[in-house]
Design a protein around this ligand. Sequence first.
Ligand code: FAD
Length: 483
Amino acid sequence: MWSLLVCALLAISYCYAEKIIIVGAGAAGIATAARLLEHNVTDFRILEAEGRIGGRIHSLQIGDAYVDIGAQYVHGQKGNTVYELSKAYLKKGKDFDKALLYYGSTMKTGNTLLDEFISLAEETTYTNVNVSIGEAFSSRYNATCLKKYKDDLKMLTYSHDFLRTIECIILTVDGAFSWNKISSMSNFKFQSGENFLQWDGLGYKTILDLLLKNYPQKTGYNIDNQLSLEKTVTRIILKNNSVKLKCKDGSEYSSDHVVFTPSLGVLKHEHKNLFMPRLERPKVDAIEDLGFDGVIKVILEFATPWWGKHDDFFLVWNEEKRNNLAKDIPFGPTKDGDHWLSWFYLVGTSPKNSKALVGWILGPMVPEVEKLSEDQMKTGVMYALKTFLGKDFDITEPTKVIHSKWYMNPNIRGAYSYETLISKKHDPSAQEALAEPITAKDGVPRILFAGEATSSHRFATVDGAIETGYREADRLLKILKVK
Ligand SMILES: Cc1cc2nc3c(=O)[nH]c(=O)nc-3n(C[C@H](O)[C@H](O)[C@H](O)COP(=O)(O)OP(=O)(O)OC[C@H]3O[C@@H](n4cnc5c(N)ncnc54)[C@H](O)[C@@H]3O)c2cc1C
């Protein structure tokens, strides 16, 4: 009892001194540490709020292999840092062309509408006009599909219902609650090669070991002594030429430099309390104007897999199925006449895993849907699977259903950053403003910013996050005059 009290008092009164403090042990934080270690800089500490490293990389062992409840795909090959480090452990990309598409309980073959809509989406995203993707897509849709199918009521209804599916695909890419919030202009740079490479059962967490040169053998950097878990930084104070950090548990640290890597969601929520003095414009504008909403991944484990050789299923809700929802699933949120489950649109397999399926729920109700109990989630998604696929598959009961809670997690508060109509007006870009370090009176950068949202061209990705960690480590190496 006394020793506990003494420890607590010591933690409160003692201020630990470090040369560099990295806040956050996600991809960006670990990349920063790895780069410093490569240059023999060991005088740093990582303060991580969670009890694990990885942040939005979180691989769970389900059945035979790891399944990712956060980042899952490696998007691109040429020039992709993750690909370069991990190509030996990746599996060929997902082939969504082979997905089965169910419209109500009917399997649609040929998927012509999917192809048609995907090319419309390609035309209306990454344009030169700053309108929302929702607006751009709808006007192209009106000019093409609506005209084409105007005398075919069946196709017209199908294509109208299909609009939700295409919105969900776009929201999966951008992580927004609505496609009306996403700018159709983007600085995001696609890399050539496969766009949906997956880890072959090892889980995305393997990238953290690869960064630290600890895979396939644990012979790389050991950061155990430099890593403090369950350390939530609550205050970052720049005074004279040093930075003081206060943590939720009462401990304090001082350092010459801080690399701040928490998400844009954390910044949106906390920046006014976190930084002393407060952050200035244009950084505050960037934080407020860039988008950061949420997505839900649902992982289902089955004792007996029932899906045969199929990998992915698109679920396209028709009016009848949507109308049944209020009666059949009388719990969970509704919004503008929509039931939360009508935003459950895709479910697919995970590599090397014969027992797990991963589903996606998108849209404006994500914050409320996250709050559903695991039992409610199981009832909802199983109802949907049986309604859509029950005629063709003998669907078994899952042994476990887990859903992600990234939005309600105070250490993340969402999914990944996206460009809004307002952030797109920033010049230089909002991401560049976010990445700008805070310099002390001596002219030396003292608080540095990394993390996916600070990447100008690869935001929203793991490789983008890693590049920003390297960028800020290189900045420090220059300041410290380390070769
Ligand atoms: C569901 C989902 C699916 C995704 N799919 C993909 C994908 O397929 N491919 C892809 O490339 N990317 C994907 N992403 C995006 C990718 O995961 C992120 O871009 C990347 O992991 C972000 O890394 P980061 O280091 O910038 O931030 P984070 O991973 O958010 O790391 C920041 C760390 O800071 C910690 N922290 C926060 N606040 C504090 C505090 N006050 N004190 C101390 N520590 C704190 C957090 O706990 C966290 O560990 C996905 C993300 C999600 C949520």
